[in-house]
Structures are given as C-alpha cells and as structure tokens.
Design a protein. Structure first.
Length: 176
C-alpha cells in the first residue's frame, strides 16, 4: 500500500510530499543513478513529489511529466532545473509528443503512475527501444501480472526481488 512520505531534497533544504513507500524512493533513485537515462518520462505528476525524486536521481536527464489534472504540481518549481517540462495533457487523446519522446534513441525511463496504468503500459511501453526501462506504481493494487502480459516477451523484470520482498508496490522492466 502506498503511503505519504516526506522527501528531503538532495540539493535544497526544501521538502515535498511523495505518495510512495519510502524504500521504493531509495531503490528507484539507486537504480536510476546506475541506469543513467538521458530522458525520464513520468505519467502522472500529482503533486510533483516523485518528479523531484526522479529529477534529482539523474539531474542531467531531460525530464518530462504529464498529467491530465488541472490541480497538478504543488512542488516549488525552483527545485527543478531548466531541463524539466510539466504538461497538462490527456496522453490517450493527445499523445503524439509523448510518443515522439518514446521513439527517440537515447536511453529512457518511463514511469507509469497515472490514472490508467494498464492502458499506459499497453500503449506506451512497446514504443520503447531496447535497453529502455519502464516502471509502474501501485503494482498488486491497480495493476497486476495479468495486466502486463504484453511485456512478457520483450521485457525482463529488474530488481523485482528488492521491491517484492519488502512488500513494495513498484515494479520495473527493461526492454530486451
């Protein structure tokens, strides 16, 4: 079950609320700091807490976050560098920009945490290139193994044992 965590910025004295389990935050930051994507794409900005976590894990990466809600992003914009774009957009109806990002050759991390994770995985994960990473939040609650069957042939789980043994709701895959 996800819980609200207070995340202390790595580079500032500011704090933001994150609706993730605290161990997931640290595991994701560690994995991203090793994986070093050039582009990070977050589906579901919410209050911007995970946005900051991802941005600080790889501060040099281009960062894009999409959310349909008009009540998004409560984090202080000053916490983010100029390579961050936050868009209010229905990615299922107006997703051409997102698709163009996913098709770029640079190494990417796509994190699905919007309102329809099953559909996000089905529509957008296949557009990733070999070596790209995809993650999902609320695994076991809003999305289950049967919902990610599309990933079975072309993706390999990453660090599932680290998340699962702690009862965490985050899962990652890398495209083969």
């Amino acid at each position: 079950m996800s819980m609200k965590t207070i995340y202390q910025s790595l580079f500032h004295n500011d704090k933001v609320n994150v609706v993730h389990e605290q161990p997931s935050i640290f595991l994701l930051q560690g994995i991203l700091s090793i994986f070093m994507p050039k582009i990070i794409i977050e589906l579901g900005t919410g209050g911007g807490g995970m946005s900051l976590v991802f941005h600080e894990a790889v501060p040099g990466a281009e960062f894009y976050s999409f959310d349909i809600s008009s009540r998004i992003f409560k984090a202080d914009p000053a916490l983010f560098k100029k390579n961050c774009i936050f868009e209010r957009r229905n990615i299922f109806k107006d997703g051409e920009f997102l698709k163009s990002l996913l098709l770029r050759k640079e190494r990417k991390f796509l994190y699905c945490d919007n309102g329809d994770k099953k559909r996000e995985i089905k529509m957008f994960a296949p557009l990733l290139n070999k070596g790209d990473l995809v993650g999902v939040h609320d695994f076991g609650m809003e999305i289950r193994n049967k919902d990610v069957v599309i990933l079975k042939d072309n993706f390999k789980p990453v660090a599932w044992d680290l998340f699962a043994c702690r009862g965490l709701s985050t899962r990652l895959w890398i495209k083969q």
